[in-house]
Design a protein around this ligand. Sequence first.
Ligand SMILES: *Cc1c(COP(=O)(O)O)cnc(C)c1O
Length: 364
Amino acid sequence: MTQRPYNFSAGPAAMPEAVLAQAAAEMLDWHGCGMGVMEMSHRGKEFISIYEQAEADLRELLAVPPEFKILFMQGGGLAENAIVPLNLSRGGTVDFVVSGSWSQKSAKEAQRYATANIAASGQASGFTALPAPASWQLSAGAQYLHLCSNETIHGIEFHELPDLKALGCDAPLVIDFSSHVLSRPVDWSRVGLAFGGAQKNVGPAGVTLVIVREDLLGHALPACPSAFDYQTVADNQSMFNTPPTYAIYMAGLTFQWLKQQGGVAAMERCNIAKAELLYGYLDRSAFYVNKVDPAARSRMNVPFFLRDESRNQAFLDGAKARGLLQLKGHKSVGGMRASIYNAMPIEGVQALVDYLKDFEKEQA
Ligand SMILES: *Cc1c(COP(=O)(O)O)cnc(C)c1O
């Protein structure tokens, strides 16, 4: 087979080629049972074994402590912006750290179910820096504090989760880790709930991971749909309604692939090397620029600009001709964005850096 292009899409994003190949090989007949995974009952022993393996592998990969439930839900990250306050807010006050588009959306949606307090915002910096935890205006008695631990659009990442207790806050921390889940370990001692859509770093769109501390379950507002009540979902092993079976299967294959790569610690080392390679080149170049505070730069999503933006289309056309796909930036930010999730090998980042160099030379 000829080499596939390198796909820098922010999401739905590239998946490991080995995972796609395995799924293709098993498409018509999963493990000799005569059925494809899409065709199986979610209550049959075949799918239950797929589900249980996926859950166990995710728990192992992320070192999720036993007091946390792992739920496989539907609705994506945006639905969780409503589902979290429906389950955790008790109609009270909720604090938000707004560090980019995704947390901004979360705060807006939560307002329908709770009082959303903006404890801090990076808007004044154009979302190029994270507001320092010591400056956050936390409300007394907030039900939880929400932040987006990796802002996919602005390319900003929390490299350390805040210690809310040290800030004098007893509320649980809720994180949206959609776009960097499994790229690095999670400090569960600081987290009450983490959620993430799968289509960035886990698998196909359609399944949403929710990892929630047990003591936070059981307080849903009466208006919360049963299918979105964490307690109900947990009590039914994510099968209160039909779960997105194929997406769970694909996520499970990705978990197995991650274990073969050496797990999350190995992925983190590789992600650090990839990010250093790309940011290092951008910072040394006078032709390109990344505007994010180096202390908060995302390892997963790297927005950058050509200093001369009239060359944007030529840049994208040349990239495509070299087999470097989907580098156009998000429309709200402009410029370019390279998303370099777990499935992007360092060779792909090197190919991008080689192209950045060649394009710069060609345009001089
Ligand atoms: C992509 C993304 C979402 C939205 O996910 P949907 O599945 O489209 O609802 C939410 N949060 C973050 C950080 C994302 O990157």
